[in-house]
Ligand binder design. Structure first.
Ligand SMILES: Cc1cc2nc3c(=O)[nH]c(=O)nc-3n(C[C@H](O)[C@H](O)[C@H](O)COP(=O)(O)O)c2cc1C
Length: 368
């Protein structure tokens, strides 16, 4: 092992879960599941990364059982016997390589993709029927819709535990359904699912966490991914101060979440003036929970520009290691660097930095 990267290869225990190191594969949608069923190719793709020193895999977003949870038929479902059998095979393949794996449970809410013309059999659903202020998209959820959606997340959590997954991640970031409840720009409800403050607008996420907890076990790891930024409004921010961030996160902690996955596009960006702590650093400081950082680890450019065609070069891990060694966060999620190079973590472990390649979006053409 390269001495300089030792902190990334320290083991970590999260309740019943032992991780061999701090490297997490970030959830990345690949749209490679025809009819919503993960394939043998999907299982081999995740197992290859488990075999190459990724400590924890968080799967691509996979859909909870609501008719309009997605607008892409090639995103894998997390319901139905066929899809769950496919996921069981993914778990088996990853475990055979000594890996650990969580599914990322997802509902897009009002955020339909402009590039995909496919539409689900029911209208898009969200807190207030808007994907951002002034942009209508689908319908506002009724009380029954909200209850059914919480139940769908809980069923998925129970299925994850039954299939042998090591925990779950709820997708509460990037402007999708759970985030649409957090954000005042998309949550204009006057009932108990809305409200002027972040604490009130965290209620939906908290109820999802509590239901997932009841459906699993007291020590089954439950994480939630969060972001200030929204795809539909990159500069948007939910919490403008540490105090507001505490109001946002406290209900989630009280509901029983175990890990906060703090999504930034560039992990080194400070969250608030007067401190160099990033989002994961503040979330850990405010809650005491383990946190995951993410955003351009090992690469020179961030992922939205990469979708636009920018090529990212390999970049130093020194700043990441400085923050990890300081204890700002516990785990480090790596996205794009792991797409063209399943052995990225092994190369870091062995100090083979000269062997690191670039990332460009053409790497998405294959599921290797
Ligand atoms: C192809 C692709 C698909 C993605 N799909 C998801 C997803 O399903 N869920 C999610 O939370 N984030 C998704 N993301 C965001 C990544 O998890 C990660 O946060 C982002 O790429 C930044 O990390 P990176 O700079 O290491 O790539 C995706 C990113 C890419 C490049």
């Amino acid at each position: 092992m390269s001495p300089s990267t030792r902190a990334l290869f320290e083991p970590l225990t999260l309740g019943p879960l032992s991780l061999r190191n701090r490297i997490v594969m970030a959830p990345m949608t690949r749209s490679r599941a025809p009819t919503g069923v993960p394939t043998a190719e999907t299982a081999a793709y995740y197992a290859r990364r488990a075999a190459h020193d990724v400590g924890l895999i968080i799967t691509e977003g996979t859909l909870v059982d609501r008719p309009s949870a997605s607008n892409d038929p090639a995103v894998p479902r997390f319901y139905g016997d066929d899809a769950l059998a496919g996921w069981a095979e993914v778990v088996r393949a990853v475990k055979a390589e000594g890996g650990r794996i969580w599914p990322q449970l997802w509902h897009v809410g009002a955020l339909r993709s402009a590039s995909n013309p496919w539409r689900p059999p029911a209208p898009f659903e969200s807190p207030s029927g808007v994907s951002k202020p002034g942009r209508e998209s689908g319908v506002a959820m009724t009380e029954a819709d909200v209850a059914d959606t919480i139940a769908a997340f809980a069923r998925a959590a129970a299925d994850a535990m039954r299939l042998g997954f090591d925990g779950i991640e709820l997708h509460g970031a990037h402007g999708y359904l759970i985030d649409q409840f957090f954000w005042a720009g998309t949550n204009q409800r006057a009932d108990r699912w809305g409200g002027a403050g972040l604490a009130e607008r965290s209620r939906f996420a908290a109820e999802v966490i509590a239901a997932a907890r009841r459906a699993t076990a007291p020590d089954f790891p439950i994480a939630i991914r969060l972001s200030q930024w929204k795809q539909q409004d990159f500069p948007a921010r939910l919490a403008l101060s540490p105090d507001e961030m505490a109001q946002w996160l406290r209900p989630l902690v009280d509901a029983g979440v175990d890990v906060l996955h703090c999504s930034q596009r560039r992990f080194w960006e400070p969250e608030f003036e007067g401190s160099d702590l990033n989002f994961a650093g503040w979330a850990k400081k405010l809650t005491g929970l383990p946190t995951i950082t993410v955003g351009s680890v090992g690469l020179s450019g961030e992922f939205v520009a990469a979708f636009g065609g920018e090529v990212s070069q390999p970049a130093s891990l020194d700043e990441l290691l400085r923050r990890l060694e300081r204890g700002d966060f516990d785990l480090v999620a790596v996205g794009r660097a792991l797409i063209p190079d399943p052995a990225w973590a092994t190369k870091v472990k062995e100090g083979r930095f000269a062997d690191m390649g670039t990332y460009d979006r053409s790497a998405l053409a294959t599921l290797y």
